[in-house]
Design a protein around this ligand. Structure first.
Ligand code: HPA
Ligand code: ZN
Length: 356
């Protein structure tokens, strides 16, 4: 595309990427070997033990895993593999390696390509996916910030870390997780930049999390929530009304309801849209069905993001390029998208001015 150089040169901010979703099959196998983690068996009799893994030939090799990832049928089908990947992440240095590899790729693209140009990344992680294995949030926070400091020195990229509460677990579990993070001072110190909400969406309406999001608001903590990925448009407006968020992750199903879009546009809410993710998880059949054109026309702000790039076939650069190929946007429209992404970031006005 003639716009390729512009898409590369635009200073980008990423707001919707899950640290665990940057775990490539190659690194998954490498860390499983290093940490002596047994992955689901690839053949033979499945054990009858409670909690035993079913036989799954996808774990035969990185190639077999990539092939399975190309056939996700839904959000929950993806999440099954995503949470298995968590098991290989044990030490602060595992999280540091994961974080550094992502930040390098976001800032500089594929080796030698000098693409990407992500200047600031706000990265989610799922504390509740790690604490049952005895991995404390402080271990993840330590590894993340060690990598972030190195990546800032090496590539000039800045990074923040945001814990997400998991909706497939009991609400009380999420509340206790938030309260422990707050009591440990991780938000006050700036080690954590805000609060998020993710995982299974169907039948988990935002209102369930209103009490804990209200507590976060009272502490002056920035908030965002996944909504309107698989859930109905009403979940997007409910996230804004009941959780008080100024950002909604995904939010694409808002396009089905003109009233919901008008509300978003009037309130200036930013949707963190993830086009390759929506295709991979079958929310849409192709990039052209992601409501990019509709949101631009209705004045609904959005950023473009990678979500779980190791699982969905592309980092932020590939998402920008896929949108350009499907929609053929103008230079001005691209500048608006990139500017809204910078302005919707949580990195502070000084840093935003530098990026712009
Ligand atoms: N949606 C919900 N939960 C998630 C996602 C997502 O796209 N990625 C990782 N956890
Ligand atoms: Zn997500």
């Amino acid at each position: 595309s003639p716009l390729h150089d512009l898409l590369t040169a635009l200073p980008k901010c990423e707001h919707h990427v899950h640290l665990e979703g940057t775990l490539s099959p190659e690194l998954l196998f490498e860390l499983a070997a290093k940490n002596s983690i047994v992955l689901p068996p690839i053949s033979g009799q499945a054990s009858g033990d409670v909690g035993a893994d079913a036989v799954d030939p996808a774990f035969a090799s990185p190639e077999a895993l990539y092939a399975r990832y190309a056939q996700f049928t839904s959000l929950d089908d993806f999440l099954h593999y995503y949470y298995i990947g968590f098991r290989v992440l044990l030490t602060a240095s595992d999280f540091e390696a994961l974080t550094y590899a992502y930040l390098r790729r976001a800032a500089t693209g594929l080796p030698g390509s000098r693409t990407g140009n992500v200047r600031h990344a706000e990265v989610f992680f799922d504390p509740q996916g790690h604490t049952p294995r005895g991995i404390l949030p402080s271990t993840i926070i330590t590894g993340f910030h060690a990598a972030a400091a190195r990546a800032e020195r090496d590539f000039g990229i800045t990074a923040q870390l945001i814990p997400c509460l998991l909706r497939h677990l009991p609400v009380a579990d999420g509340e206790a997780t938030f309260d422990a993070l707050a009591a440990a001072g991780h938000f006050a110190s700036g080690a954590l930049a805000g609060l998020g909400l993710c995982s299974t969406e169907i039948d988990r309406p935002p209102a369930l999390y209103a009490p804990v999001f209200t507590r976060a608001a009272a502490l002056g903590i920035d908030r965002t929530a996944h909504a309107g990925e698989e859930g109905p448009p009403g979940y997007v407006s409910a996230a804004v009304a009941e959780l008080g968020v100024r950002r909604v992750d995904h939010g694409v199903r808002a396009a089905e309801d003109e009233d919901v879009m008008r509300g978003l546009s009037e309130a200036g809410v930013l949707l963190t849209v993830c086009p390759l993710s929506n295709v991979a998880l079958k929310g849409v059949t192709r990039i052209g069905e992601v409501p990019v054109r509709v949101f631009l026309d209705r004045g609904v702000k959005f950023s473009l993001n990678s979500d779980d790039p190791a699982y969905f076939g592309g980092y932020i650069q590939e998402n920008y390029c896929a949108v350009e190929e499907a929609f053929g946007l103008s230079v001005d429209e691209w500048r608006i998208i990139a500017r809204n992404a910078v302005e919707g970031s949580w990195c502070g006005e000084e840093r935003k001015a530098v990026i712009l």
